[in-house]
Design a protein around this ligand. Structure first.
Ligand SMILES: Nc1ncnc2c1ncn2[C@@H]1O[C@H](COP(=O)(O)OP(=O)(O)OP(=O)(O)O)[C@@H](O)[C@H]1O
Ligand SMILES: [Mg+2]
Length: 251
């Protein structure tokens, strides 16, 4: 990977909670438009890493670069404006509002002045068009007028994703989007994520325990164990790494 391709870089990031070292000099690189997967046993530091990446947690040491810029000191909203969007930042759905309304509300938080977008009829039309484009991408366009509460569990997950996408992220941070979802739907959600990555060029850092499904779509994998990167590489290479098997078996 050349530095031109690099969208996000966390360099030697450490984070402790009291005496517990949750992240120990973690270095993770996310290239433009790639799907980067982070795995590791329970408590290995994955969620902590995502929270440091989006700015909810401050690292004790290390640096975070996004699009060539040092963002280590930036608060979450400033990172959001630059295009770092996390799915767990998105509030819960509004159950009695329609699917389209749920997406439009998320679009109002959009980076480039939402008020100017809504101040003209054209701006309003553009916003609705953009919302529909995202709904179409996730096959939610046919249920656009249904209240969110009438959706299936899987569709609700997709609607959450739609709300994240309408803000036009450059880097999407996803913490276990497949958790609690049946295998067929989990496969489908991964297909949608791949499609979003392909068609919109959105880079993703995905934390997931469902390895059978997630590994198939990953370009590159990091394995955390006790706050350290113990292995990294292609999905094939990481799966074959005896250190990885040992980390999982040692649970
Ligand atoms: N706010 C906190 N205060 C104290 N300890 C914390 C806090 N957040 C996380 N930890 C601890 O840091 C370690 C890493 O936790 P983290 O949630 O990042 O792991 P994880 O890899 O996401 O695990 P899981 O796969 O179970 O979601 C754990 O030992 C956890 O108990
Ligand atoms: Mg976690």
């Amino acid at each position: 990977m050349t530095s031109d391709d690099l969208l996000f870089l966390a360099k030697n990031v450490s984070k402790s909670f009291g005496g517990l070292v949750a992240l120990d000099k973690v270095t993770v690189a996310v290239p433009e438009g790639a799907l980067t997967l982070m795995i590791g046993p329970n408590g290995s530091g994955k969620t902590t890493f995502l929270q440091v990446a989006c700015g909810v947690l401050k690292p004790d040491s290390g640096a975070l670069l996004f699009a060539g810029r040092n963002v280590t000191g930036l608060p979450p909203y400033a990172r959001f404006r630059l295009g770092i969007v996390t799915t767990f930042q998105i509030p819960r759905l509004f159950p009695s509002l329609s699917v389209l309304e749920n997406v439009l509300l998320a679009a109002q938080k959009v980076r480039e002045s939402p008020l100017s977008l809504l101040s003209s009829r054209k701006g309003e039309r553009d916003l609705v068009e953009r919302a529909f484009e995202v709904l179409k991408l996730l096959s939610l366009d046919r249920v656009w007028d249904k209240p969110a509460r009438a959706l299936s569990g899987g569709q609700m997950k997709l609607l959450e994703l739609a709300r994240a996408l309408v803000s036009e992220p450059k880097l999407l941070l996803l913490d276990e989007p497949l958790a609690g979802v049946n295998p067929a739907l989990a496969g489908e959600i991964m297909q949608f994520l791949s499609k979003v990555r392909r068609e919109k060029g959105v880079a993703m850092l995905l934390v997931e325990h469902r390895l059978d499904i997630a590994l198939k779509h990953a370009d590159y994998v990091y394995v955390l164990h006790h706050g350290r990167v113990i292995s990294e590489g292609s999905p094939e290479a990481v799966v074959e790494d005896p250190l990885v098997a040992k980390a999982y078996l040692g649970e």
